[in-house]
Design a protein around this ligand. Sequence first.
Ligand SMILES: [Zn+2]
Ligand SMILES: [Zn+2]
Length: 584
Amino acid sequence: MPARRHRHRFLAALVGLRSAAAGFSTAPSQGCPLHAALARRGAPAAAAFALYSRIRAAASPTPYTFSLLLASLASSSPRAPSPAAGECDGLAAAGLAHAQALKCGALAHTVVTNCLLKLYCALGLLTDARRVFDTTGAAALDAVSWNTIVSGYGKSGDLEAARELFVRMPDRSLVSWSAMVDACIRAEQFSEALRVFDRMMEEGFRPDAVVLVSMLKACAHLGAVERGRWVHRYLEAEGFGRRPGNVMLETALVDMYSKCGCMEEAWQVFDGVRSHDVVLWNAMIGGLATNGHGKRAIELFRRMLEKGFVPNESTFVVVLCACTHAGRVDEGKQVFRSMRDHGVEPRREHYGCLADLLGRAGLVEEAEAVLLDMPMEPHASQWGSLMSSCLMHNNIVVGERVGKKLIELEPDDGGRYVVLFNLYAVNGLWEDAKAVRQMMEERGAKKETGLSFIEWNGLVHEFMSGDTRHPQTRMIYALLEDMERRLQLIGYVKDTSRVLIDMDDEEDKGSTLSYHSERLALAFGILNIPHDMPIRIVKNLRVCRDCHVHAKLVSKLYQREIIVRDRHRFHLFRDGVCSCNDYW
Ligand SMILES: [Zn+2]
Ligand SMILES: [Zn+2]
C-alpha cells in the first residue's frame, strides 16, 4: 500500500538522521515539556517519533527518553496484531526504536530493556522479545524482565515456553505466579491453573484481585463450584467486596456461579453489588439464559433498560440467546430489529444468534436465509448450529446443503462428517451415510475427544470416553453395568441406531465395555457424592441423545439431582425429566 510505504519513509527520516554517538546526557529530563508530552500515552507511533526527534534535536536522549518512547509505542499498538492485516506501522516503529536504543547504548539500562520487552510482547513478537531477553546478560535482567517475558508467552498462548522460563526464574513474585495462572487459562488448561494456584498458596503468597479473577474463570470452566465458593469466602474474609472498583470480581463471581448452575448464589452476588455496570448485567442475563431461565433473562434485560443502562454488543448476544432458549421467536426478532435504536450495529454473532433462534424453533429455511444474506461471511460454527437445528427438526433438504458446506469449510473436523452422517442415517439413506463415513476415514478427520469433569473433595476428576485411568475404575464400571441392568427393567433401551453412537465416538470402536465420558463421571458421582448433594458434571462436547436418556432415568432410579453443563447449555435432570425438555 503506497500510503503505508510513505509513512515508513517518514518514520525512517525522523529517526535515521545523524549518529547519536554523543551517548546519554546525564541531565535530568523529567521537567522537560517534550518528555512530558511523550509520557502521555495513546498517541500514534508517528507522533511519538516526532517528539523523540525533537528531543534529540534539543539534547541527547536519556534512558528515560527511551523508556517513554518504547512505552508510548506499546500503548499505541493493538493487542494481537497480524502483520498481514496492516499492522506494519507498529512493527516498523518497534524496529526503529530498538535500533535507536541500541545505537545510543540505552539497552545497558534494565529499565529500557524491560520497556523494549514489553513492546515486543504487546505486539505479539515473542521471537524478537526472546532474542532481546537471551542476548541481555542475566545480571542485567531483573524480576520485571522475567515476568514480562513469561506473561508475554502466556498471552500469546504458548504455555510451554512460559513454563520453561517460569521454572528457570531466579525469584518468583505474586506477579510471576499470576502470569503463570493466566498462561494456563489462555491455553485452556484449567485444572493446571488450579494446581499452579495451589502451589502459589503453598509458597505463602497472598492472592490479589487479578489472580482471583483468573481462578474464578478456571472454576467456571471446570464447573468446580466448591473451589469457586472458596474464592468467594476468601474475598469476603479479606474484605475485597468493600473496596470500590471491584465489580470485575463480582462479575467473575456471577459468571462462575451461573456456569456452575447455582443461580441462587449468582443472584445473591448480583443483588449485593452497589454499583452495577453493563458487563455485570450481561453476566447475569447470560447466566439466566444458559440456565434455561429465558423468560427471567428477558425480564432482567427490560429492567436494565428501565434503569437507564446502555446495552452494548454483548448484551444483545445474551438477550438473543435468552430468546432462543425460551423459544420466543417474535420477541427475539423484535430485539434484533431494535439494536440500531440503541446505537449497536449488528455484527456477525448477532446474525448468528438470530439464525439460531429461528433454526431451533424449526424455521430452518428462514435461518438459512439469514446466514446467506448477512453482510459478512458466517463462521463455520454458525453453520454448525444451523446443522444441529436441521438434525433436531429432521430437515433433510436444508440439512444436506448445510452439512456439505460444513465439510467443505472444515474438512479436518470429524464432527462435521458425523452430523451429516447422522442426518442421512436417521432418514435411512444408508448409501449416502456410508459415503460420508468413507470420506471421513479417507481424509483422516478426527473428532474432538469427549471430556467430562466432576469436582469432589477439592479435586477435579477428569474422564475420557472409555477411560480406565481413574483409581476407582473397577468400581465405576461395575456400577455402570449394574445400572444398565436395572435401567432396562424400567424401560431403558440403548439407542436402537447403535451405528450413530459408534460414529459419535471413535473410542467406542472395538470395545464393548466403553462408555461416554459423562457416564463415567456420573457413576463416579453416585459412588462418592452424598445423596443430598447434586451431582455436577461439565462436558466439553454436546451430550448425545443416548446419554441424555440415560441420565434422565438414572435421576429417577437413584433419586439424584444431576446437573450436566455441555458445550451449549445446562441440563438439570430430576425425577426422570430434564430441564431442557429434550430440546438442546
Ligand atoms: Zn453419550
Ligand atoms: Zn437436557
